[in-house]
Structure formats: C-alpha cells, structure tokens
Design a protein around this ligand. Structure first.
Ligand code: NAP
Length: 312
C-alpha cells in the first residue's frame, strides 16, 4: 500500500515554510512540494526591512533560504517540482507532480499569489527583454539607464526607491493622481531626487523591437499621448492568487482567494488548510503569511489528533 503522509504542504513561501517548521517539530514528517519557483514572492523582492528580528534588514531570497534551512533541519522533505494536480474529493487527498503522486491525511495550501501584468501584447513580447516584475532580479541590468515603474501601491513605490540605486532616473507611472502606498513609503519616494512621477497615466504600449526603448503613455484626463524613453519597465500593479489547482474543489472568494473560517486556516474541506497570500488579500505581508502558516500547522496537528491518528 502507498505511504499516506500526515501532511503535504503545497508551496514554499513564508507560509508554507513556517508550516513546515512547525509540522516537522511536531513530528509530522511534512512533505513540502516547494515548486520550481521555490521561496515565493520574497525571492523576487529587494530588501525586507519590516521582518522582525533583522534590524538591519535582510534580502528577501536570503530570508527564504534561512526559512528553508530551518524547515529542513527538523526533517521536512522537499520536492522541488510543481504540484500539477490535486484531488481533494476523498481522503487520503492526492497531490501530484509531473512524475509522483503523494497521498496525504491533511494538506496545507500555501501557493501564494503571482504578480499581475497589464495584458498588453508589447508587454508580453518584451517580457525579460526590459519588462520585468522583479526589481531584485533585474535592477542590476539597468545601471546608469532610465527606467519606469508602473503602479501606485507599496510594491511600486518600494521598487522605484530600490531601483534608484542603479538607474539614472526612475519614472513612476500611476493611473491616478495619488498613491495607494503607505505614507512612509510615499515620503521616501517624494524625497528621492531620482524619482519622477507621471500621474493620471495609462500605458498604451511598451516600445521597442527586441528590447525596451520606451513607453507610450496616455493622459487619462486629456487623452494626450506621449512617449518617454526608458530601457526598463517594472510592472508592480498587484497580484493574483495561485488557486487554479483548487478551483471547483474548494470554496473560493469571488476574487479567487481561498475562503478560510474566521480566525482559522480551515477551508471548506476538513483536513485542508490554507495559509499565506493564497487566502489573505488584506495584509499580504511575510510576517502575516508566516503567522498563518504557524496556525495551519497547529490546526493540522489538532485535526490529526481528532482523527485519533498516532504519528511517528
Ligand atoms: P496594491 O496595493 O494592490 O497596488 C496596486 C497598484 O497598481 C495600485 O496603485 C493600482 O492602482 C495599480 N494598478 C492595478 N491594476 C492596474 C492596471 N491594470 N494598470 C495600471 N495600474 C494598475 O498592490 P501592491 O503594491 O503589490 O501591494 C500589495 C500588498 O502588499 C499591500 O497590502 C501592500 O501594503 C503590501 N506590500 C507591503 C510592502 C512593505 O510594507 N514593505 C511592500 C510591498 C507590498 P490604484 O491605486 O488606482 O488602484
């Protein structure tokens, strides 16, 4: 008979890895399907200044490496592959990758969310040729060059600030005339002489044949169109939850995020828990994702105990 794992964790951002640390320390021998893009969104971020315990700040990928080391130290088994299919219709649940199937008494879903794109043909065509959603990954390529950041939230403003380390000038393009970002981030951006703001501007097109040469902007009030010269475009307009695998199997909110019970990570299916950005569209912080990963692990443990299951 196939081995039935106590818990399979799908996803390896702060939520999944915190769940792994707690489950491993509770002797549940968790299997974490970490995905090809292991580590989640912090792998794509710059300096993390608000994760407690790192008063000087820490780079996102380094923080995730530490999470992973800690989870591995207590016996988490990592599968470095994407989950391609999930069957939650009966227990044990099934989670498949391209070439393996895992049976599980419980599942913790922590597949996070993915950066949104504008949906322009030119953006698609020039993706990774000057268009990026990852300032940490790609900022370095734009040393002494002008670049643009699109969006008005914390991500956009944070990226704009970070990118001034490399770029000659960063133009922050926003569709309204005020930022959504938190006050402290806004103040920092307004005080940065390398950041210029283009308000009330929609992106008509990313310009360039084989690499980005500029942006065509339209003033949303006057409809006047003009071009700006940039070598890089960083799109920072929010995220979509990674819930495709679970559609039709589990209750989702209208916006696609997994529905969990109040003050709990319990989903509509007993034994299936959801933690982190895949179920949180309010806070979306690494620390809150970690917190809910911890909750998911504790709830998993209690659920297994309620089944009267004795784990190793
Ligand atoms: P967000 O807060 O949803 O902001 C998205 C921004 O993109 C908004 O300004 C929005 O414009 C704009 N936008 C959305 N769709 C667009 C489109 N199709 N075309 C042009 N512009 C578009 O997303 P976020 O900045 O990624 O932040 C998400 C969450 O993470 C927030 O809770 C944020 O506080 C948090 N976060 C925190 C930190 C930090 O504390 N260090 C860093 C990054 C993110 P409108 O304003 O007009 O809607």
């Amino acid at each position: 008979m196939s081995l039935v794992h106590d818990v399979v964790i799908v996803g390896s951002g702060p939520a999944g890895l915190t769940a792994a640390i707690y489950c491993a320390r509770a002797n549940l021998a968790p299997v974490c399907i970490e995905g090809m893009g292991a580590g989640g969104q912090l792998m794509l971020t710059t300096e993390v200044e608000n994760y407690p315990g790192f008063p000087e700040g820490i780079m996102g990928p380094e923080l995730m490496m530490k999470f992973r080391e800690q989870a591995a130290r207590f016996g988490t088994t990592f599968i470095t592959d994407d989950a391609t299919r999930v069957d939650l219709s009966s227990s044990p649940f099934k989670v498949s990758t391209a070439d393996q199937e895992f049976l599980a008494r419980t599942i913790i879903i922590s597949t996070g969310a993915t950066a949104k794109l504008l949906g322009l043909e030119s953006e698609q065509r020039l993706f990774a040729r000057g268009v990026s959603t990852c300032a940490t990954c790609d900022g370095f390529f734009f040393r002494e060059k002008p670049i643009a950041v699109i969006g008005g939230g914390d991500s956009a403003v944070e990226e704009a600030n970070f990118l001034t380390r490399f770029a000659t000038k960063v133009t922050l393009v926003h569709r309204r005339d005020e930022l959504r970002a938190s006050k402290i981030m806004q103040e920092r951006a307004f005080a940065n002489p390398k950041i210029e703001f283009r308000w009330n501007s929609a992106i008509e097109e990313v310009l360039g044949d084989t690499s980005v040469t500029g942006l065509r902007l339209r003033d949303v009030n006057t409809n006047v169109v003009d071009d700006i010269e940039v070598d890089g475009v960083f799109v920072a307009i929010g995220h979509t939850p990674n819930t495709k695998l679970f559609e039709g199997q589990i209750d989702l909110h209208d916006n696609g995020y997994i529905r969990t019970a109040p003050n709990s990570t319990a989903t509509s299916i007993p034994g299936v828990f959801a933690a982190g950005d895949v179920q949180d569209f309010t806070y979306r912080q690494a620390i809150t994702a970690s917190g809910s990963g911890c909750m998911a692990a504790l709830e998993t443990e209690r659920y297994l105990e309620s089944l009267g299951h004795e784990h190793a």
